[in-house]
Design a protein around this ligand. Structure first.
Ligand code: PSU
Ligand code: MN
Length: 303
């Protein structure tokens, strides 16, 4: 019989899936490569608690010793947050497993492993997308293609303005990935509540999200769906500070010739280093709110 390399589920996650209880997958690249240590380890616990407090089972996803894991122990979360992990998109999963490596999973890879485990809900901070200058660099996140072919509902706060927001939305449209604004008509810009672009559909409560997701699952040709929630107003980054950090960050990436999968972590690190804690506060607030909303939608879907 051929050997099949499926994800290994934590006992709590396996039990929840077996009984149809609500489960929310959580991403590990945002912990390993998007937030500074040691704060990232506390955030890992805070996100899992946010999901539990809303009545769902959290399942943080990573690859450890070549094993794709859905649901991590505290010791495994220590490893994810302790530094040195590779950033894994979907194309890297085979290599990480075959070569027995450790790695943190991006939106794309987390969605793929969550779907393989039978989990429909996934919470994160920001999606990858079309980078500015993509017409020359071809830098378009694999997150977009993964969303197109992975039947998972991703709760996020839109995309950062480090990306070309309009091009990202165009590509999501081309890929037939629906984008819903949660309590907003504006597509959120991660640190900012309004990216300047609109959303095609607005929803205002978890029951409506669940109804849309159920119908999309039947009619949407197997694509995922994006539920975009703006950062809480109290934690939004000041517009002038945001614009300055963005210009500096893009300048740094260009000056150091940073490319490939290092671009996004480099830009995020600059925001955190240069904002005096404001970008970190915004990032934490939005990702916690997304974990809570994902759990509420998971509860509505299970009900
Ligand atoms: N955007 C953020 N924070 C993040 C990421 C994106 O605001 O942490 C991470 C996610 O894991 C996402 C990945 O899947 O970066 C996209 O990387 P790339 O642009 O290299 O595809
Ligand atoms: Mn890229």
């Amino acid at each position: 019989m051929p050997h099949v390399t499926g994800p290994v589920l934590a006992p709590t996650v396996a039990a929840a899936i077996r009984t149809g209880a609500p489960v929310v997958a959580l991403e590990s690249t945002l912990l390993a490569h998007g937030l500074p240590a040691p704060r990232n380890r506390e955030v890992a616990d805070e996100l899992e608690s946010a999901v539990r407090d809303r009545g769902a089972v959290p399942a943080t996803v990573a690859v450890l010793d070549g094993v794709p894991r859905v649901g991590l122990t505290p010791a495994e979360l220590d490893r994810v947050c302790g530094g040195g992990l590779v950033k894994l998109s979907v194309r890297d999963l085979g290599a990480a497993v075959g070569l027995r490596r450790d790695g943190a999973t991006t939106v794309a890879a987390t969605a793929a492993l969550a779907a393989a485990a039978g989990i429909a809900l996934f919470a994160t901070g920001g999606l990858g997308g079309v980078h500015r200058g993509a017409r020359a660099t071809w830098d378009v996140s694999a997150d977009l293609g993964a969303l197109a072919r992975t039947p998972v509902l991703t709760v996020c706060s839109g995309v950062k303005s480090i990306l070309d927001v309009a091009a990202t939305l165009e590509l999501l449209e081309t890929l037939s990935v629906p984008v819903l604004g949660y309590g907003t008509d504006a597509f959120p810009g991660f640190y900012r509540r309004d990216s300047g672009a609109g959303v095609p559909w607005r929803v205002d409560d978890p029951a409506d999200v669940a109804a849309v997701w159920r119908a999309h699952r039947d009619l949407g040709g197997g694509a995922g769906m994006v539920l975009a929630q703006p950062v809480p107003a109290a934690d939004e980054l000041d517009a002038a500070l945001h614009d300055r950090l963005l210009a500096e960050g893009l300048g740094l990436v260009a000056a150091h010739g940073i490319g490939g999968k290092d671009v996004t972590p480099a830009l995020l690190a600059h925001f955190h280093d240069a904002s005096g804690g404001a970008s970190l506060a915004a990032n934490l607030a939005l990702v916690r709110a997304n974990a809570e909303l994902a759990a509420r939608v998971a509860v509505a879907l299970a009900g």
